[in-house]
Ligand binder design. Structure first.
Ligand code: FAD
Length: 463
């Protein structure tokens, strides 16, 4: 509680722009603790937020004046290797999951920064290096144990409370506190074959045009992404004289058992355009590639993310992206992800996660230290996406949405798959959280509570 010696540390999240003061923080170590916390909040009439890894850029882990249910004491992972399943508690970080599964030669597809929380990432979808082969994190759910708003502990799976299971796969933290995930794990590692090509800014447009034409035709065993870095990090495939300078990286990864043919295919991808350097090497997966980006996005900077789905990546869009990158005054990167593969195996109606057919994701991951730059820098990123015009497709990735997008109910409805899917989510919400107790998230108001924003119980503390 305020005044306790660790209160300030406990209310600090990844993004330094977030400064909220919960009335109390319940540091839970068991499902029963979570039940008590949920019931206590209801008895006291306090708003609730759930803290997984604290990496939501809009700070949804914390609620001003309410009760924050902190799951950081719930990070146990149990691997059942012979069955290929993993039980992970709701407060796990991605590193917890990777470490436990790697010991058995297994992996669960998740995200790309190891301190991110499994809870927030998986409930919103969960994309990462393995997505094209093994799907989203939420596509690998088998069972979720959930503490509901009335304190009941239930399980959701394809055969039990299938409506809740459907909603948990992409509907975020709207339906209760997930205290345990049972996830499918896949045979993978310990190494991953990686091929990287590095381009100077003046060669970037040409390389991106080649990337845009080749990426859609690749087999699902190859993940290939483009990363326009303001300052190249000391990655194993970045020459020492390029570190700290701007550069475009096209990074291809082989997402299956690698052989000579795989290496030849990846090597071919490093020959597009005019690279300044290229490299093909095997890196450790769990304690290598999965932690490669950690140092670039440490806690405590002022972060802004902007994500857009793109229907195409044409010359005009590439020009706008490269222009922003070469002129940007802040730190960070712009990423282009060619998705598809296993992501498209799941029919659109089978989970709350939407827009599976979208070919390209564009992500701005920007940061700076001085609060005076918050508004103008965020505006620059927003305006750049605005200039992409018809290349921008409907929907956004909920997990990358920002506080400045909170008031746009139409965009939120679209992110949840459009009016029909949103209405279905609202029905599930009214079954499992009719009072909208869980609303520090990309909130789905219960079906019978009015249109959305403006109704007291559906207000967006995140905004
Ligand atoms: P928190 O801020 O703790 O929680 C966010 C939301 O999730 C809250 O609404 C909370 O209520 C809910 N929540 C969390 N845990 C639970 C639970 N157990 N039960 C119920 N609700 C819960 N996303 C990707 O898909 N792929 C990536 O590669 C990726 N990389 C990222 C890298 C960085 C540096 C950052 C900051 C984010 C990244 N993201 C990525 C986005 C990430 O998925 C979201 O920020 C996500 O919300 C983080 O989850 P968290 O548990 O850390 O967040």
């Amino acid at each position: 509680m305020p005044g306790d010696s660790d209160y300030d540390a406990r209310r600090t999240v990844w993004n330094a722009m977030v400064d909220r003061r919960p009335a109390a923080i319940a540091v839970c170590t068991s499902t029963l603790d979570v039940v008590h916390a949920v019931r206590a909040a209801r008895a006291e009439g306090l708003p609730v937020s759930v803290r997984g890894g604290g990496h939501s850029v809009s700070g949804q882990a914390l609620c001003e004046g309410g009760l924050t249910i902190d799951l950081s004491g719930m990070r146990r992972v149990t691997v059942h290797a012979s069955r290929g399943v993993v039980e992970a508690q709701g407060g796990c970080r991605l590193a917890d999951l990777d470490r436990a599964t790697a010991a058995h030669g297994l992996a669960v597809p998740s995200g790309t920064v190891s301190e991110t929380g499994l809870g927030g990432l998986a409930l919103g979808g969960g994309t990462g290096w393995l997505t094209r082969s093994f799907g989203l994190t939420c596509d690998n759910f088998e069972v979720c144990e959930v503490v509901l708003a009335d304190g009941r502990v239930v399980e959701a799976s394809p055969t039990e409370r299938a409506d809740l299971f459907w909603a948990l796969r992409g509907g975020g933290g709207n339906f209760g506190v997930v205290t345990r995930f049972r996830l499918r794990a896949h045979r993978f590692g310990p190494g991953i074959l990686v091929a990287a090509a590095l381009y100077r800014p003046e060669e970037a447009s040409e390389a991106l045009a080649a990337y845009a034409s080749l990426a859609p035709g690749l087999p699902r065993t190859i993940g290939w992404h483009a990363s326009l870095k303001k300052r190249l990090p000391p990655y194993p495939f970045v020459p020492a004289d390029r570190v700290g300078r701007p550069g475009l990286l096209l990074i291809a990864m082989w997402l299956g058992d690698a052989d000579d043919r795989a290496a030849a295919q990846l090597r071919r991808l490093t020959r597009v355009g005019r690279p300044a350097a290229r490299e093909c090497l095997v890196l450790p997966f769990a304690d290598g590639v999965q932690q490669l980006m950690d140092a670039e996005f440490p806690d405590g900077r002022r972060y802004y993310t902007k994500q857009a789905h793109l229907r195409e990546l044409d010359e005009g869009a590439i020009g706008e992206i490269v222009r922003f990158w070469t002129e940007m005054p802040m730190c960070g990167e712009i990423v282009l992800l060619g998705l598809g593969g296993a992501l498209r195996d799941v029919p659109e109606s089978d989970s709350a996660f939407s827009h599976r057919g979208c070919p390209w994701w564009l992500e701005f991951l920007l940061h700076w230290q001085d609060p005076r730059w918050d508004a103008p820098y965020a505006r620059q990123a927003r305006e750049t996406v605005g200039r992409l015009g018809p290349c921008v497709a409907p929907g956004t990735y909920l997990n990358m949405r920002n506080a400045d997008e909170a008031a746009d109910v139409r965009a939120l409805t679209e992110a949840y798959g459009g009016p029909e899917k949103y209405a279905r989510l609202r029905l599930v919400k009214s079954r499992y959280d009719p009072g909208n107790d869980f609303r520090s998230n990309w909130n789905i108001p219960p079906a019978d509570s009015g249109p959305g924003l403006g109704n007291r119980r559906s207000e967006q503390p995140a905004g």
